[in-house]
Write a protein that binds this ligand. Sequence first.
Ligand code: HEC
Length: 117
Amino acid sequence: MKVRSKVKFLFFGILPMIAAFSATAATAPIDSEAAIKLAKSKSCLRCHGITKKKEGPPYKTIADFYKSNPEAEDVIFEHVTTGSKIKMSDGHKEYHKSIGDLNPDAVRNLVRWILSQ
Ligand code: HEC
């Protein structure tokens, strides 16, 4: 293959394939039912309402806050899988609940559900 056609192949062959693949991954539908089930089983909803303020901020507030942040999904994914330190309403600090032991796809689905509120 001549260099020129190699470049052509890269531009018209591989790059669109990568673009198409990441677009599909980013727009895969959110499974709300699975997300809510997981949130319930991990007691996330004990501290987070959808719109109601509990111990933690409502998911709608979190979604609004991260609306224009292109890294939101990764930031939240990290937050719920590493258990960072948080401040509770009475001022004491504790580690946030971590669900790092789970299938990453299930966690990502939950993250995307939170961000879609
Ligand atoms: C014991 C109460 C409690 C539980 C249980 C809890 N959270 Fe939280 N969460 C909080 C508090 C409080 C904050 C606010 C932390 C801060 O702003 O420092 C928070 C913040 C968050 C945020 C925002 C993080 C950010 O970077 O802005 C997300 C997303 C979140 N929680 C998701 C979850 C998920 C998912 C679960 C279940 C696996 C969960 N939380 C379980 C209390 C809780």
